[in-house]
Design a protein around this ligand. Structure first.
Ligand SMILES: Cc1cc2nc3c(=O)[nH]c(=O)nc-3n(C[C@H](O)[C@H](O)[C@H](O)COP(=O)(O)OP(=O)(O)OC[C@H]3O[C@@H](n4cnc5c(N)ncnc54)[C@H](O)[C@@H]3O)c2cc1C
Length: 367
């Protein structure tokens, strides 16, 4: 089966990789280099901590459990690190909310638990948390360097005989007999039996060419970086620190395998547009109140990144009724979800299966 995958981010890359492993004849196309879209802007926390409703939490958790195997199969250094996600609340109200969140996650079987200040200090000796009303860790969470992972997917696809077309924008789709017969890349027509649209924020436009409606919200986000630093976080993968002052968002921090610290504010979905040096400096300074080793670190602003964000914030996955050989793969939390989505999408595309787990996420809900 000839499958053309549009978009070589972490999601399209993972789908193309699993298709190629299973014998699909894959062409992977990106208008840029692999992994340079939303995947390159991501905080890349692999987790299901705040993911709701329950079926979506399960989906994220299953994918979290797939990450080690995925990394092994890719057989490349993609900066995958575990260590859990540590968070705490500084006031009673926040503390009660955190305890309730942990209790719910435990009912759902997610590895989250409360911990005390002495364990926090043991895990992260350099952390100065201030007042702690309640603290929690989700032990199994991790992070990855998504651009390296997307690049590794593209390399493995090429090694397995697939075609990778980087710096090649898809400009149109040709159809015949109600099905997409080829994908247009400049003057070239890439003939195919199925098309996967995994083009991140551009998915809405490209799916629209095939008559498929996939609405998105605009969701800008900013994650600033430092230069590579010696180990600042000793054991945990990600820290979510409470606001220092009323009305200020929380900050989240993680240190990649490359030594670079990434710092964002608010939740994983918070909207942010300020990518100035002044704001980057301020975020590093705020993080340094909790991690004094960060004081004086040089902040490197990163331009605003746009999350692929379906209108209802849940993934959009599956063949579209309006274009039966067009498979849509659009989602936030694509870093967490890519390994599982890659496996399940390849099964649906090549075997014609309909995987029950993906039923809540079908494109038809927007039709
Ligand atoms: C600030 C921020 C923080 C985030 N934090 C997290 C997090 O902590 N954990 C988590 O799991 N997720 C997080 N996300 C979300 C996650 O990064 C995305 O869900 C994921 O990267 C989506 O991957 P993708 O492959 O679908 O999209 P992308 O990485 O955007 O890939 C789409 C690709 O399609 C290509 N493309 C577009 N148009 C065309 C065309 N016409 N022709 C050919 N190619 C085209 C683009 O060049 C791009 O490479 C975050 C995102 C942002 C922006």
């Amino acid at each position: 089966m000839r499958v053309t995958v549009i978009g070589a981010g972490i999601v399209g890359g993972a789908i193309a990789f699993h298709l190629a492993r299973r014998g699909g004849d894959v062409t992977l196309i990106d208008s840029d280099e692999p992994g340079m879209g939303a995947s390159s802007h991501s905080f890349a926390w692999i987790n299901a901590f705040g993911k709701e409703p329950r079926h979506y939490n399960e989906l994220n958790r299953r994918s979290l459990d797939c990450w080690d195997r995925f990394a092994r199969l890719l057989d490349a250094d993609i900066g995958l690190r575990w260590g859990g996600h540590l968070t705490w609340a500084s006031d009673c109200e926040g503390g009660e909310a955190l305890k309730a969140q942990v209790a719910k996650l435990q009912r759902w079987g997610y590895a989250a638990r409360l911990l005390d200040e002495s364990e926090m200090a043991r895990l992260e000796p350099g952390l100065r948390p201030g007042r702690v009303a309640a603290a929690a860790i989700s032990d199994n969470d991790g992070h990855v360097l998504p651009t390296l992972a997307a690049r590794a997917c593209a390399e493995r696809v090429a090694e397995m005989g697939g075609r990778v077309m980087a710096n090649s924008a898809v400009t149109g789709l040709d159809s015949s007999g109600g099905r997409i017969s080829s994908v247009l890349v400049g003057d070239e027509c890439v003939e195919c039996d199925a098309v996967v649209v995994a083009a991140g924020v551009a998915t809405t436009e490209i799916a629209g060419w095939a008559g498929v409606y996939v609405p998105q919200q605009e969701s800008p986000g900013v994650v600033v970086r430092t230069e590579a630093m010696p180990p600042t976080l000793k054991s945990v993968a990600a820290l979510y620190c409470p606001p220092l002052e009323d009305g200020q968002p929380e900050v989240h921090v993680r240190q990649g395998a490359d030594g670079v610290l990434m710092i964002g504010e608010g939740s994983q979905e918070s909207l942010a547009q300020d990518d100035s040096q002044a704001h980057a400096d301020e975020l590093v300074a705020r993080a340094a109140r909790y991690l004094p080793d960060l004081a004086g670190a040089r902040a490197v602003p990163v331009p605003v990144g746009y999350r692929p964000m379906p209108e209802d914030e849940l993934p959009v996955l599956g063949y579209a009724a309006a274009a039966p050989n067009v498979y849509i793969a659009l989602m936030h939390s694509g870093i967490t979800l890519a390994p599982l989505v890659g496996e399940l999408a390849a099964m649906e595309i090549l075997d014609g299966a309909r995987v029950d787990t993906l039923e809540p996420y079908r494109p038809e809900r927007f039709a």
